[in-house]
Design a protein around this ligand. Structure first.
Ligand code: PLP
Length: 818
């Protein structure tokens, strides 16, 4: 076995200075998240600075969890972490990469490096499914493909591994060179290059060139040559041996001559090395076809024939759903290894809406570690996250049951069948349940029991996209500017505590709701952030105070009533927010009233002004910028008057989403972020991700002849032989009735289909004549992924806010993380 890593040994590898020697324990694990300490003795903590947090702030937490070895980017007071080993480097992220690169250089194994815009994770997971019997494989956990994820993945290589599969993703120019040094792939796969220009790249071509840097030292590159730009750029890489596949060009290495989709399967006939080859996959959609052809190419190149009909869908995401008896179910069938378990457990601990947490866990079949080691790690993780109940399913976890004595409640079954047989005797009530099983345990049978059944139109909320959007706006803030996240109207239609939990985890500073009961609901779900209530009604004062909600006060009448209420209750210094009207003329004190307001607040002991704010009427509109500046001037004047009267400071805030981007000078102490969080950028300057996707499906398809009509009042007239699909969404779900009769479109098999006839209460009809291969039951996107909500709003002559908040509460919300 190779020599063990110690801090002394790592110091010269990463060019660091040892500030304190520490315990000399060999280092087996690299850590960058103090909440993920599982093996404290053998872990090395890197204090990484990201845009979101400074890892140095978490050194104490990691120390408390038992970690004794640290890599830091600036000196830390050693007396606060007595006995710890501390290595000072210039940049901890670079040190992490250097260490991983060094580790990689000690192994000769073949490594497959995958990059591209889409499909990286699926290709990686499918290759793993196809090759796991032939090789001992080390691969990136989940989608660990970033500047942090790649080193952590590569660090997992052990001497017994015979194949590595790693994915690489970049968000800025220059990053790929770094990832190349760490992965050093021997085989490369370029999945594709999306048309969207990511922030930071001038063009699709420069993005492609940057991605190709992953293959600087690669022997073989597999790629799809039907994209002319890819073909052109790849041909300039003279050091590479190319394995191209094509559906058009007989000269490609693998020429796909015939593709036939039938009964849920696709069969490919192709020419390879002058001979005929054939394979079949159990999918028919375009993305799966492309991903599978990359995998097939690699199988041919390695000369390891495999039956591809066995490919399993890759569940790419953690899903959060409403479950029976007021439970929340987190479903994670992604992969059964320790890293993905930690990620799922973190997601579980973010849920504060229920008092209890249950984990239903199968044997972990993909760790490559001894059973005992695995379950000791699992037990540690469950203890650390204070899981209340463990239900273990499988012979392995049952054998290891004695390791879980510290979990308050424990149940073990040797199979999924045994669990299901016992299910009627079990209680699940008001708890968060994490369901995580290896594929062979078929936990989908358990999730069917636990899920609340609802109708098939759902609003999917991509929590990771929301976190991304939050970060995209954070990047535009002046340092130190706080964020108040607007979660009024059920978070613009997307949910309540599910969203608030995420925002709390992502460390926003404030939440704002419209009405007291929205705030109460968040408090009852465990949200502890300060919450501003914009429409405090007199009848709700008691509720406000009980739940520590902070009212916006906008007139003398409401201010005096609230103050009288506080005095009656003997409450002092209750946090409030003052709203000034600077031109919107909706709510707020007039500029002429601020002097009198100052006199009133000056002597008041019942109220404490936490913030003073105003709302811009047209922050998104360049034609109104003079008016916006006038509003800002009035606002600052009002703030000055109030500040002169008050002996303590308060926060000033004016900008909403469009204001943050278009009027950065008015960000002041805090901004109020609304629609941007939910993926809508009116200014077109941020690469935001769609958060909400409204999906339905096709209930029936019929063929109609000219002269026939569709729907109420016979409004849809058929003029040529047509195919019409009825979908399960109507105006009662929030789909605007005015989008009937061809005004609106939905996505069917990735293509736009117009409505035909009037929208009914629960249903709508689409003209799918021009779309091939549509079947009953097919998924339909109403808005979201692939069809922006702004576009749909334009068709309906309204704004995205109205479409988003209009999705009715009978539409089930499903939350997920990629
Ligand atoms: C809704 C709201 C916002 C957020 O506006 P967006 O345009 O969604 O960013 C900010 N401030 C107030 C007072 C609001 O009511």
């Amino acid at each position: 076995m190779t020599q063990a890593y110690t801090l002394e040994r790592i110091a010269p590898i990463v060019g660091g200075v040892l500030l304190a020697a520490g315990p000399h324990t060999p280092i087996l694990y690299l850590l960058q998240d103090s909440r993920r300490v599982i093996h404290p003795d053998t872990s090395l903590f890197f204090a990484l600075c990201t845009a979101r947090r400074d890892g140095h702030d978490f050194i104490r937490d990691a120390y408390k969890a038992g970690v004794r070895q640290f890599v830091v980017g600036r000196p830390v007071p050693l007396e606060t972490i007595p006995g710890a080993g501390v290595l000072l480097v210039e940049d901890p992220l670079k040190a992490l990469g250097d260490l991983a690169a060094w580790h990689r250089s000690r192994f000769q194994l073949p490594v497959i490096g995958i990059t591209g815009s889409n499909g990286k994770t699926i290709v990686k997971e499918w290759l793993y499914q196809l090759l796991q019997d032939t090789y001992t494989i080390v691969r990136s956990p989940r989608s660990y493909n970033s500047q942090i994820g790649v080193p952590l993945s590569v660090w997992q290589i052990r001497p017994e591994d015979t194949l590595g599969i790693f994915e690489a993703g970049i968000s800025q120019p220059g990053e790929m060179k770094r990832l190349e040094q760490i992965i050093r792939p021997t085989y490369g796969i370029l999945t594709n290059i999306g048309a969207a220009h990511d922030e930071g790249f001038d063009s699709r071509r420069s993005k492609l060139r940057e991605k190709l840097r992953l293959f600087a030292e690669t022997r073989w590159l597999i790629y799809h040559q039907d994209d002319p730009m890819i073909q052109e750029e790849v041909s300039t890489q003279t050091h590479l041996r190319l394995f191209s596949w094509s559906r058009k060009d007989p000269n490609a290495t693998l020429y796909i001559r015939h593709v036939e989709a039938r009964a849920g399967k696709t069969t490919f006939n192709a020419v390879y090395k002058g001979g005929e080859v054939e394979t079949t996959i159990p999918f028919t959609d375009e993305a799966s076809i492309e991903n599978a052809l990359h995998c097939w190419s690699l199988l041919l190149l390695l000369d390891v024939p495999r039956d591809m009909t066995q490919l399993q869908p890759v569940a790419m995401r953690l899903e959060l759903k409403q479950a029976i008896h007021h439970c929340t179910l987190i479903n994670d069938s992604y992969s059964a290894d320790l890293d993905s378990l930690y990620i799922a457990l973190d997601f579980l601990t973010q849920q504060h809406q229920h008092p209890r947490k249950t984990v239903i866990l199968s044997d972990l079949l993909e760790t490559g570690l001894p059973e005992r080691t695995v379950f000791e790690a699992v037990a540690g993780a469950l203890r650390q996250r204070q899981v209340d109940r463990l239900i273990g399913v499988g012979p392995g976890i049952e054998r290891a049951r004695h390791l879980f004595d510290e979990v308050p409640k424990r149940l073990f079954y040797d199979s999924t069948d045994a669990f299901i047989k016992d299910y009627p005797a079990l209680t699940f009530r008001d708890e968060s349940i994490l369901l995580k099983g290896a594929r062979s345990f078929a936990f989908e049978r358990i999730s069917r029991l636990l899920e609340l059944q609802a109708h098939q139109t759902i609003l999917e909320i991509d929590l990771e996209a929301m976190a991304h959007n939050l970060q995209a706006h954070r990047n535009r803030l002046h340092p130190g500017t706080r964020i108040m996240a607007m979660v009024k109207a059920f978070s613009y239609g997307s949910g309540s505590y599910e969203i608030a939990n995420l925002l709390q985890f992502q460390k926003v500073d404030y939440l704002a709701v419209a009405y007291a009961d929205e705030g109460v609901h968040l408090r009852n779900s465990g949200v502890t952030l300060p919450i501003m209530v914009m429409n405090p009604e007199t009848s709700a004062f008691e509720t406000l105070v009980q739940h520590h909600l902070e009212p916006e006060l906008f007139s003398f009448t409401i201010l005096k009533t609230f103050r009288d209420y506080l005095e009656e209750e003997g409450i002092q210094r209750y946090p409030i927010h003052i709203k000034l009207d600077t031109g919107m003329h909706r709510l707020g004190f007039n500029p002429s009233e601020t002097e009198a307001l100052a006199r009133l607040l000056e002597k008041d002991a019942a109220l404490e002004v936490k913030s003073v704010f105003s709302h811009l009427a047209a922050s998104e509109d360049p034609a109104e910028d003079d008016f916006t500046r006038l509003q800002a001037a009035r606002f600052l004047e009002g703030c000055r008057t109030l500040q002169a009267a008050l002996p303590y400071p308060f926060l000033k805030h004016l900008d909403n989403t469009a204001g943050i981007l278009r009027h950065p000078d008015f960000q002041f102490d805090m901004v109020r972020l609304g629609i941007g969080l939910y993926g809508v950028d009116g200014t077109g300057t941020l690469p935001l991700q769609e958060v909400s996707t409204l999906r339905t499906n096709i209930a029936q398809i019929r063929r109609l002849e000219p002269g026939e009509t569709v729907g109420y009042n016979r409004r849809g007239r058929i003029e040529q032989p047509s195919l019409v699909a009825t979908v399960r969404i109507g105006y009662a779900d929030g789909y605007p009735r005015r989008l009937g009769n061809g005004k609106g479109w939905m996505l069917v098999r990735g293509r736009l289909a117009p409505t035909i006839g009037s929208i009914a209460m629960d249903m709508a009809m689409l003209d799918i004549t021009d779309i091939e291969g549509v079947e009953e039951g097919d998924d339909v996107v109403v808005f979201g992924n692939g069809l922006s909500v702004s576009e749909v709003a334009r068709w309906a002559d309204t704004i995205p806010y109205e479409i988003l908040t209009g999705v009715s509460q009978r539409v089930r919300r499903v939350y997920f993380e990629q």
